[in-house]
Design a protein around this ligand. Structure first.
Ligand SMILES: *Cc1c(COP(=O)(O)O)cnc(C)c1O
Length: 364
């Protein structure tokens, strides 16, 4: 049976390898596996969230409140926006999917940086849209504006800070791109790691509030990274009311679970957890920078919860990633993005100790 032809050009999203795979393939005990591959919060789940979910586990037979009022109200207060300017998705991934379905077809094109979040391309291709990339892996304003003028894409994706490289584009530069495009192009500002960028350098923090005045811009945020809820699948989009109404037409009912909704509401009550997570991260990432400096490895200055090491010949990222995997350390090989590089999620002190030990062996 022949599927929709737009699917022919789509490569499946390659998720970070799960712990279960390493246990199965290399016979390593699950507790000995160190997973630094999916940018999860290494501290774990916020204990107050664990309590809330546990106490409500018996409510699993009930559908969630489909208006998601309480969560929207909490997000609205956090960002000084209205509930009507928010849409909730099963991860911000699902909001990306709504956006592609709402605006793209086989006549459209989308613009993104050379190396960026893989799902932008996948959702756009599902709609038959054409992919245009800037020459640089960094988000360069001039490259974005030139490509915009040449191709008039329907959507521009700005991932700041960028995954999988970790670099950031300044707030002024994001606004410069937004100002350069007309109202027929939607600008998606993906702030999945914004909490880390804001903590490192305030001038790189862009807030949903300040982009709301543009009718053609949407901000995306997630509970999967700094809030430590990757497994609960909750993310959100913030934009003007009309854009949110359009996207809501594509939202299936009950698109996040009863317990996910509860977890996100609870997580928003405890900003201290996020601050503690970022404090640990900032302390630990310095070790990765020092290690790289001492060993002559180049890296990209990171504004996220991961760091990207860049290799020069004869070091090969795939070989190193495989050696680490056999030792129970899962990181992300960026060869499929065309880079001789690995992306490592900064873990706890103990996890990072193990990484440095095994990585030194892999280099030798
Ligand atoms: C992790 C991530 C997301 C969204 O993740 P969800 O778990 O679907 O909320 C979106 N964009 C980028 C760049 C990410 O790294």
């Amino acid at each position: 049976m022949k599927a929709n032809k737009v699917l022919d050009s789509i490569k499946n999203y390659e998720a970070g390898k799960p712990i279960e795979l390493v246990v199965r393939e290399f016979g390593i005990a699950p507790e000995a596996v160190v997973k630094l591959a999916s940018n999860e919060n290494p501290i774990g789940t916020n204990p107050s969230v664990v309590r809330a979910i546990t106490q409500s586990a018996h409510k699993a037979h009930l559908y969630p409140d489909d208006s998601m009022y309480e969560l929207k109200e909490a997000l609205a207060a956090k960002y000084s926006v209205s509930e009507h300017e928010i849409i909730i998705g099963a991860g911000s991934d699902q909001v990306l999917e709504f956006i592609a379905r709402a605006f793209l077809d086989e006549e459209s094109s989308v613009l993104m940086s050379q190396v960026t979040f893989a799902m932008y391309e996948i959702y756009a291709k599902q709609m038959g849209a054409k992919i245009i990339r800037t020459p640089s892996y960094e988000h360069k304003v001039d490259e974005f504006i030139a490509a915009y003028r040449e191709h008039r894409p329907k959507i521009i994706y700005i991932c700041t800070p960028n995954n999988p490289t970790g670099d950031v584009i300044s707030r002024e530069e994001v606004l410069e791109i937004i100002e350069a495009v007309d109202e027929h192009t939607l600008v998606v500002v993906d702030g999945a790691y914004m909490e880390y960028a804001a903590a490192k350098e305030a001038r790189h923090a862009i807030t949903p509030r300040e982009i709301l005045r543009y009718p053609n811009v949407i901000y995306l945020g997630t509970f999967s990274k700094a809030y430590g809820l990757g497994g609960m699948r909750v993310g959100y989009g913030i934009a003007n009311r009309q854009l949110i109404q359009t996207l809501t037409k594509l939202r299936p009912p009950f698109n996040i679970t009863t317990l996910s909704l509860l977890a996100a509401i609870e997580a928003l009550k405890d900003e201290q957890f996020v601050e503690d997570s970022i404090a640990l991260h900032q302390q630990q990432i310095r070790r990765y920078e020092d290690f790289a400096d001492k060993n002559g490895i180049r890296y990209i200055d990171s504004y996220t919860n991961f760091i990207t090491y860049l290799f020069d010949d004869p070091l090969n990222s795939t070989e190193i990633a495989n050696r680490l995997l056999e030792q129970g350390v899962i990181i992300r090989d960026l060869a499929s993005y065309g880079m001789n590089a690995i992306r490592i999620t900064v873990g706890t002190g103990e996890q990072n100790d193990i990484f440095f030990e095994k990585f030194s062996e892999a280099l030798a």
